[in-house]
Design a protein around this ligand. Sequence first.
Ligand code: PGA
Length: 253
Amino acid sequence: MRRKIIAGNWKMNLTLDEGQKLTSEIVNMYKDENVKDVIAVLNPPFPHIFPVKKLIGDIKGIAIGAQNCSDKEFGAFTGEVSAKILASFGVEYVIIGHSERREYFKETNEFLGKKVVAALAQGLTPIFCCGESLDIRNAGTHEANVKYQLTESLFGLSAGDMARVVIAYEPIWAIGTGKTATSDQAQEMHLALRRHIASKFGKELAGDISILYGGSMNAANAADLLSKPDVDGGLIGGASLKSRDFLDIIKSY
Ligand code: PGA
């Protein structure tokens, strides 16, 4: 089902105390300010998952996610965390294929496809990231590039599994740079991706997929980006580390 989702990606930031403080503030604001119809997903580093989940409690509308998972279920893979382990901690979402994973950890489309399958098998919702570099944008091949990422990683899924995936379009040149895509650029790409999904899985299924925008989204530009018909939410890095900013983004829907 197409949902409005604002996901915060804490990346490798915040100590235990800082993470708990941020979570408590977000939880209190979410309740006090009577947020409706928007799912907030907190994606902290792995060790935060247990305490953050406890602080969220049973509040409907706030969910916990992870920033990565293994493509394997269990075993001798030192340093890895599987979707099965995450699910056992009550994790509901997992970011897969963030451009930082693709760039620094050399994660390929094929490998990311396996992670998506592993996440879905445990009942997690993958937030599958895609997006082009500045060079590709300047060469004018950005649409083809991003469609290819989806084709390679997701088009082997059954329709039932594909319907459970959330997409996050994150142009690499906009991540952490303060240089946001314009709302027209975001809409253009989101529509192209929806049509691409429709070409494989049909229009109805494509219309049900949530496609989030990510890349320097903040309290000042969120309303414009979120006003576009094919932008179903945001994946927020820097601004998700400040409770007031994160809530203002949620409330700009
Ligand atoms: P940013 O990060 O909001 O700090 O640009 C977004 C992301 O990397 O998901």
